[in-house]
Write a protein that binds this ligand. Structure first.
Ligand code: AHR
Length: 538
């Protein structure tokens, strides 16, 4: 809607309605609230309507919502991160410089490792000491390939130091022992004169590392041991007893939570173990019209598959609500964090690559899906304290793809970069009424949003237009703020499946955005079809 038209309607409204009340309200609150005064009137301002309560934010968007996950799987660790000190590719102590720089640009806050399914067959003592003496193993989950253990505890924690991010280590419950887990935590974090701390010193690291996050198992309902929730919860209680906080390192203990809608798992583990955990995980992968065996192509698809992914991505909202409701029963004060420590899109592996390596391309469709996921985590930030997209490099919905010495970033990477403005900002509550995106006989909301205010008082909106063929005119009332300047950025492309390749690394990248206008506390914007828009309001 044009601003002039809006102003005219405002004028008519003001004349016809209770003008004195409005004046009084203006004098008292210092801001007009004309547009939110009546839902019916709201409808007059177009189909896409939003009120943001810029003065009512309470909860902080934990920057760890923008976390990542790296597993010994395919070419994530080897090639993607670790190339060894003798590689011709520029590296620091064996770790790729280009990848570290790219991840630092998106302010990676936390990195989870070594799995995934790999975590429950990983024996950490094989990955320490002189590299040439480390025993190899077979990575039975991911292609039966040889795991050299060249990248182990020291290398991972060196990576976290280079990235300046927190470490999230996932321990082995499925095939490991309590003693092994206890020793690992002591090895990494203890400053005492103990056997494990001395072993670490012998291996060249005098001071302990800070390892804030420790996961007690991964997907123990599946690849992590096929356990019942009762059995896992009892094991969790036992294992976690020995996950100690040494030498001032206060460790956050994470229990294995459900995959998607496995509510009975969440209920039982919460019931039996809530007193002994600081967080519980949730995993949620999405795809289009495909199924688990035929997931669909990452790049070859039409609108039906676009629509299906958008619809499936929106399931994150009821899924968070469902799991949080259960958590609330056992932890009404909200002490326990929900960590969505694996999420993202999962497509058929790229043809010509090892099917067990889960290498997939990443298009604009994945980027819009990521925008929705991240908005949802922001909007539920009172409970969601961490999320880790799967996975960092060369696996599933990766930020980064590598080919020898070459590296490109994906459309999803750009969403993470645009959303850095939300890191540790205050989430702003809002009401949104929007048109539906209709495809064949189904429909879903066409717009998805989150909003925050940063420490300097700047407000940011991240808006996804899910509709790939129609732009969306959005009218937004900023309650409690009169902007003096607004800036914008947009991520979009001409085609649904636009993506970056080693030949065209910048086919999809953010651009400046100026299709907005503002006056008083009303902001209007035209969101292009299939886009992610960032607005900064001062
Ligand atoms: O991210 C790939 C795999 O997906 C992880 O190893 C596992 O936890 C999940 O099933």
């Amino acid at each position: 809607m044009k601003l002039s038209k809006l102003k005219k309607r405002l004028f008519v409204m003001a004349k016809n309605t209770v003008i004195i009340c409005l004046v009084i309200s203006f004098l008292i609150t210092g801001c007009t609230s004309i547009l939110s005064s009546d839902k019916k009137q709201r409808e007059e301002f177009g189909e896409n309507w939003m009120v943001i309560h810029t003065d009512k934010g309470e909860d902080t968007i934990n920057k760890n919502i923008y976390g990542h996950f790296s597993e010994h799987l395919g070419r994530c660790i080897y090639d993607g991160i670790w190339i060894g000190e003798d590689s011709e590719i520029p590296n620091t102590r064996g770790i790729r410089n280009d990848v570290v720089e790219a991840l630092r640009r998106i302010k990676i806050p936390v990195l989870r490792w070594p799995g995934g399914c790999f975590a429950d067959e990983y024996h950490w003592k094989d990955g320490i000491g002189p590299r040439e003496q480390r025993p190899g193993m077979i990575n039975t989950h991911w292609g039966m390939v040889k795991e050299t253990n060249a990248f182990g505890t020291h290398e991972f924690l060196d990576l976290c130091e280079q990235l300046e991010c927190e470490a999230y280590v996932a321990g082995n419950v499925g095939s490991g022992t309590v003693e092994e887990m206890q020793d690992w935590v002591e090895y990494m974090t203890s400053d005492t004169d103990s056997e494990m701390a001395n072993l670490r010193r012998m291996n060249g690291r005098d001071k302990p590392w800070r390892v804030k996050y420790f996961g007690v198992g991964n997907e123990n309902w599946g690849c992590g041991g096929n356990m019942s929730p009762e059995y896992y919860a009892d094991l969790y209680n036992r294992f976690q007893t020995y996950v100690r906080s040494y030498s001032g390192n206060r460790i956050v203990k994470i229990a294995c939570g459900p995959g998607s809608e496995n509510y009975p798992w969440m209920t039982t583990v919460m019931e039996r173990s809530h007193r002994r955990m600081n967080a519980i995980s949730l995993h949620h992968y999405v795809r289009g019209t495909g199924n688990w065996t035929k997931k669909g192509s990452a790049t070859q698809f039409g609108e039906s598959d676009w629509f299906a992914l958008m619809k499936n991505t929106l399931t994150i909202y009821p899924l968070l609500e469902g799991n949080i409701e259960i958590m609330d029963q056992f932890d009404p004060r909200g002490r326990i964090g929900l960590f969505v420590d694996e999420w993202g899109t999962w497509w058929d592996t790229e043809s010509g690559t090892n099917p067990s390596f889960l290498y997939q391309q990443n298009t604009l469709r994945d980027a819009v899906s990521a925008g929705i996921f991240l908005n949802a985590f922001n909007n539920y930030c009172d409970r969601v304290k961490m999320a880790n997209i799967a996975q960092t490099v060369n696996v599933l919905q990766a930020m980064i793809l590598t080919e020898g010495g070459k590296m490109i970033v994906t459309p999803t990477y750009h969403v993470f970069e645009m959303y850095t403005v939300h890191h540790d900002a205050t989430m702003l509550p809002f009401e949104l009424e929007c048109s539906n995106y209709q495809f064949e006989d189904e429909e879903i909301p066409s717009i998805d949003v989150s909003a925050s205010k940063d420490a300097s008082g700047k407000i940011h909106l991240t808006l996804c237009n899910l509709n790939p063929t129609k732009s969306a005119e959005l009218v937004c009332e900023l309650q409690g703020t009169r902007p003096s300047s607004v800036t914008g950025r947009v991520l979009t492309a001409d085609t649904l499946n636009a993506h970056n390749t080693f030949d065209k690394p910048e086919a999809v990248r953010p651009d400046a955005f100026d299709k907005f206008d503002f006056e008083d506390n009303i902001l209007t914007a035209t969101l292009p079809p299939k886009s992610v828009v960032l607005l900064g309001i001062e």
